[in-house]
Design a protein around this ligand. Structure first.
Ligand code: UGA
Length: 420
């Protein structure tokens, strides 16, 4: 099939290159000239494991442009633009809206059926109440008759997005008309996982409910972990026992300094705002965010237990990315931690294998180390991201406060885990 993808962030680029690998022709449409250049020279616009190899392998099956006209040569257009938070936590749909308008303008000029698929995470109702009227207005055509419209959420984790694309737990297809359903079923026919066909709003909600549940699981693990810490119990042992119950499952119980990234914080907040919009006060979701906000400060409290006055003390920070295997620092727990250390007037020496350039833009005033070993020379070390290579370091004789459970760090002279 011929596919156009609007927006080449990690969802757009991974999805597009994945479809190219499956034999489709893909055109990326983006406003960012640097991304376009990178993609056209088979360089991933973001760091994502396995992507570069796949881009090299499929070089002749995709291209990137800033020109929406290329939609005219395709059968399906995926909207994969970002949906950031506004100041009040509600969803900012401006990129989705402008994509919908541009697609609408092109559909006006196109003969024949074209399918538009929203893949961006959008609050329930958006596809039918925002995207549909904009495309209809600009194109003069009717959704579900002249053009197809669907919502197909993504469940890709940064850092393992390529693997997740090819090995999904499920594919959710939110549709209204048969023609669109057939197009998407055909596109996804190479996949053997369960495929759930729902109406459009339900597909939108499945994405939010999934992310909100995972975020809840983490905050639950952290709350239990905080109690465990006070009682001298290892939360990881507890969740090993809890996770063995097949009704519960062991994943996403890694207690620590909480969740960051471009998805969980934003999506839980957007769901809270949407719930309030319709007159529901979401007590549980609010608590999920509250617990999460509190976790990074626990790392600092534990540090101060050993070094009460941080002024002028050298504090090493191992890990800046919101999780390992990515250079993404959006909502990284490293941000509130570094802010607090700066307030305490500590001297910060930070290291991350991939995320230092991004972090430098936010915190040019702190020092960055060339190697993780340099960081270990500080008066105390905080572990903020569990990069694999941090399992190889020699922590003997050091003061280490661990927010992510790096086993090797337990050999430190003084070792404290946040929830263990
Ligand atoms: C998340 C979801 O896992 C994906 O399914 C979803 O598609 C994606 O959001 C999205 O909405 O696009 P991602 O944000 O890339 O993916 O990363 P996760 O692996 O889910 O981790 C999120 C945060 O939770 C990280 O900061 C991680 O350190 C933290 N986490 C995760 C924990 O603190 N404990 C855990 O047990 C698991």
């Amino acid at each position: 099939m011929k596919i156009s993808i609007v927006g080449s962030g990690y969802v757009g680029i991974t999805t597009g290159v994945g479809f190219a690998e499956l034999g489709n022709d893909v055109t990326f449409i983006d406003v960012d000239e640097n991304k376009i250049k990178a993609i056209n020279s088979a360089k991933p616009p973001i760091f994502e494991k396995g992507l570069e190899e796949l881009m090299n392998k499929n070089r002749d099956k995709y291209k990137a442009t800033n020109n929406y006209e290329s939609i005219l040569d395709t059968d399906i257009t995926f909207i994969c633009v970002g949906t950031p938070s506004k100041d009040d936590g509600s969803i900012d749909l401006s990129f989705v809206e402008s994509a919908a308008r541009e697609i609408g303008k092109m559909l006006k000029r196109k003969d024949g059926f074209h399918t538009v698929v929203v893949k961006s995470t959008v609050v329930p109702g958006t596809t039918e109440e925002v995207v549909k009227p904009l495309i209809e207005k600009e194109s003069g055509k009717r959704a579900f008759e002249d053009f197809g419209l669907a919502m197909n959420p993504e469940f890709l984790r940064e850092g393992s997005a390529v693997d997740d694309f090819f090995n999904p737990d499920r594919i959710v297809i939110g549709v209204k008309d048969d023609k669109t359903r057939e197009v998407l079923e055909m596109l996804y026919s190479p996949f053997n996982c369960p495929k759930l066909v729902t109406d459009i709003k339900t597909a939108e909600m499945i994405k939010y409910a999934s992310n909100a549940f995972l975020a809840t699981k983490i905050s639950f693990a952290n709350e239990i972990g905080n109690i465990c810490k006070k009682l001298g119990i290892d939360a990881y042992e507890v969740f090993k026992g809890v996770g063995l119950d097949h009704r519960i499952n062991p994943a996403f119980f890694r207690a620590g300094i909480g969740f960051g990234g471009s998805c969980f914080p934003k999506d839980v907040k957007a769901l809270i705002a949407k719930a309030r919009d319709v007159g529901e006060e979401p007590k549980l979701l609010k608590a999920v965010m509250d617990v999460n906000e509190g976790q990074p400060m626990r790392l600092i409290e534990l540090l101060k237990k050993h070094i009460p006055n941080l002024r002028g003390k050298k504090v090493g920070v191992l890990g800046l990315a919101f999780k390992p295997d990515t250079d993404d620092i959006r909502e990284s727990r490293a941000i509130p931690i570094v802010e607090e250390l700066l307030k305490e007037q500590a001297e910060i020496l930070a290291y991350d294998p991939k995320a230092m350039d991004n972090f430098k833009q936010l915190f040019p005033q702190i020092r960055y180390a060339e190697t993780p070993n340099e960081v270990l020379n500080a008066d105390a070390v905080l572990i903020v991201t569990e990069w694999k290579e941090f399992e190889q370091l020699d922590y003997k004789g050091k003061i280490v406060i661990d927010g992510r459970r790096v086993e090797k760090a337990r050999e430190a002279a003084i070792y404290e885990g946040v929830c263990w």
